[in-house]
Design a protein around this ligand. Structure first.
Ligand code: HEC
Length: 188
């Protein structure tokens, strides 16, 4: 490859060959230049492409719309939730979610492994701050509550439905634990 021709300068006795850049290198470079023009025009000049931030917002909106559509097609009611609470697979999935050690914000972290309450209230008694009806428990888990109960919307509908089924299955099992909250009301 070397042409034997050298550049005129010498540094510390070191000389440089005056070789042509290899074609593969040149074409990669020209290709990158041409690509950058289309990239710039597509994303920045005419704006036909979504930059990562905008693409993320769009994806989130699409996920939200999908969730709302799903919910509109299968309305969630006390009856539908109670039915799920009677299904062993849904309860088992909810149990796994509740105790998922890989999830730093698992339910058990705040409500204790046996759900008898720690930071969050005891879920096995008949005293509820936000209501003990299936739809109330579902709403608490989905939307969160101001006293430190996180929303779980972003986890998706199956997550919330399964874990609601699990909570319904342990409701009224009366594990001794955290005393009922001062603002809780009795509700079976
Ligand atoms: C970061 C801690 C934390 C995590 C994680 C958490 N909770 Fe809670 N939860 C709380 C707190 C605190 C409250 C009380 C909120 C209030 O009083 O406003 C609560 C309240 C609740 C209630 C309402 C109780 C009532 O008396 O009305 C339910 C049901 C519940 N959580 C279920 C769950 C489930 C199921 C999960 C997992 C998907 C979960 N929580 C994850 C802290 C947590």
């Amino acid at each position: 490859m070397s042409t034997e021709a050298t550049r005129s300068h010498v540094y510390d006795g070191i000389q440089e060959f005056d070789n042509r850049l290899p074609n593969w290198w040149l074409w990669t470079f020209y290709g990158a230049c041409i690509f950058s023009i289309f990239y710039w025009v597509h994303y920045h000049t005419i704006g036909t492409g979504d930059l990562p931030g905008a693409a993320f917002v769009k994806e989130q909106a699409e996920a939200q719309a999908r969730l709302e559509k799903q919910m509109a097609e299968n309305p969630i009611t006390n009856e539908s939730l109670l039915k799920m609470a009677g299904e062993a697979t849904a309860v088992a999935k909810g149990d796994a979610i509740f105790h998922n050690a890989a999830d730093p914000l698992r339910c058990a972290f705040c409500h204790k492994d046996d759900a008898s309450g720690l930071v969050g209230p005891n879920l096995t008694d008949d005293m509820w701050v936000y209501g003990g009806k299936p739809i109330d428990i579902y709403t608490t888990i989905m939307e969160g509550r101001p006293g430190g109960m996180p929303a779980h919307k972003s986890r998706g509908l199956p997550f919330v439905l399964n874990v609601t089924a699990y909570v319904l299955s342990i409701k009224n099992t009366n594990k001794p634990g955290k005393a009922p909250e001062a603002n809780a009301k009795k509700e079976q």
